[in-house]
Design a protein around this ligand. Structure first.
Ligand code: NAG
Ligand code: NAG
Ligand code: NAG
Length: 418
């Protein structure tokens, strides 16, 4: 019946719009739908199909991962990738409310910033900003958004959740005529939140580059009332020396961190010292990009719960279609400029007053043991060591990740009174 069809259409529209109402009408944000062109997909497939997997050699056949990905893995991944259903992933992104807003400052000018969001209809909803890292993207947080969508309605949702593509990552733009710094990127994220009307305050969460941005924001933004990170390492040699009173589990984690510094951090220097070369090399061919990023997607999660090949291909395809690689290397310039040689000690200004939370996931590449973290950060109100998970915690263990965030908020919210 015509009215039934009408009702179904109406229901679909309702579902599409749920969580998609901007809390303040004056924002510059406009709804956005992702649509990669058929031509882009054709170009991708023909480049991928024509690309060659390098030869068998002693190095490309070592299976322990110590020398990088194997030829066997790359061959299998290429085969699966040729038949990859990008449109399915696109529909997944578009099943969430997406927006672009013009954000900028004097240093970098105005730039379109993309974000995925779930907005509440509640007046007392707490705004939460989630910041991904490299080689991450908004995809890392989609499983968590799914959980939240199923758990709440816009009327009961206690948060506004904002998940941007970082400046010069994914669907966000960035300056081309000046170098982007982490500081400017952090300012842009803050301006996005102000543009959305969250001038009363918000909480920021991040890992990897996003963790560094969250810590910077804790210092530079009066609107940031509390912050949580899932990557934290020592900032100074003194901090390393203070690593006393640590548990056996923490000592094993420190050993893994030292192994990462000794044998797994060379990419940091390539990114920081020759960003143009590596960016252009990896943009020339999808298979090259898959090898470079795939190594991290294999190495950095908790090996007991590896990412599926489909998830890895999704993350890399998104980098491919959004030309993220050569744009997204700016955070490493600062790490290398800070003079450290092993990827460990790159100090980030961090508030010692605002409520600070840290979740440790056992396969994370860096670690700061609890006693040490508490000495450095007297404002650390939440320190939680989890039993599973790694560098891509939100993607690997979304339930656990969200439970950690909600636990942190239950401690921080009464303190900040938001
Ligand atoms: C919109 O209004 C809110 C609340 O009055 C304000 O904080 C915010 O800065 C405004 N945003 C813009 C883009 O003018
Ligand atoms: C060492 O750790 C134990 C157990 O966590 C704790 O009770 C004690 O206060 C710590 N000592 C120092 C000096 O941090
Ligand atoms: C780094 O790799 C080398 C060669 O495989 C190995 O001998 C060494 O023990 C590793 N270093 C650390 C700290 O794991």
């Amino acid at each position: 019946m015509w009215y039934n069809i009408w009702l179904v259409c109406f229901a679909i529209l309702q579902v599409g719009n749920a969580f998609g109402s901007l809390p303040y009408g004056n924002s510059t944000a406009r709804p956005f739908t992702l649509r990669v062109t058929d031509g882009q997909i054709r170009d991708f497939k023909s480049l991928l199909t024509a690309s060659k997997v390098g030869p068998e050699a002693w190095y490309t056949t070592q299976r322990d991962g110590q020398l990088g990905i194997t030829r066997e893995w790359l061959t299998g991944a290429k085969k699966a990738w040729v038949n990859f259903d990008w449109r399915k992933q696109e529909r997944r992104i578009n099943s969430f409310p997406n927006f672009k807003a013009m954000v900028g400052n004097e240093a970098v000018g105005a730039t379109p910033i993309h974000f995925t969001a779930l907005f509440s209809k509640r007046k007392d909803a707490l705004p939460l900003l989630f910041l991904h890292g490299w080689p991450g993207s908004i995809f890392e947080f989609l499983p968590m958004l799914d959980i939240l969508k199923n758990k709440y309605t816009p009327e009961t949702f206690p948060y506004h959740v904002i998940v941007p593509s970082l400046p010069h990552f994914g669907l966000s733009g960035g300056p081309i005529d000046v170098e982007l710094t982490l500081l400017s990127a952090a300012e842009m994220m803050n301006q996005l939140m102000l543009d959305l009307g969250f001038s009363k305050g918000y909480v920021v969460q991040g890992g990897d580059v996003g963790g560094a941005l969250a810590r910077l924001l804790s210092v530079l933004s009066p609107e940031v009332k509390a912050f949580h990170v899932n990557l934290l390492g020592p900032d100074s040699p003194e901090e390393l020396l203070r690593m006393t009173n640590i548990t056996q589990v923490e000592q094993e984690h420190i050993d893994r961190m030292n192994a990462f510094a000794a044998n797994g951090s060379s990419y940091i220097f390539e990114h920081g010292q020759r960003p143009s070369t590596v960016g252009l090399v990896l943009s020339s061919n999808p298979l090259a990009m898959l090898a470079w990023i795939g190594e991290k997607l294999i190495e950095w999660p908790d090996r007991r719960y590896p990412l599926s090949l489909d998830t890895m291909l999704t993350l890399v395809t998104f980098y491919w279609y959004t030309d993220t690689l050569p744009r997204s290397l700016y955070p490493y310039r600062g790490i290398v400029a800070s003079g450290n040689r092993n990827g460990l000690l790159s100090p980030v200004p961090t508030s010692k007053e605002k409520p600070f939370g840290h979740s440790v996931f056992p396969s994370e590449i860096l670690v700061l043991p609890e006693s040490c973290a508490k000495q450095t950060y007297p404002n650390l109100v939440y320190y939680k060591r989890n039993e599973k998970g790694g560098h891509f915690a939100a993607l690997e263990q979304p339930e656990l990740f969200l439970a950690n965030i909600e636990e942190f908020l239950s401690i921080a919210r009464p303190i900040i009174g938001l």
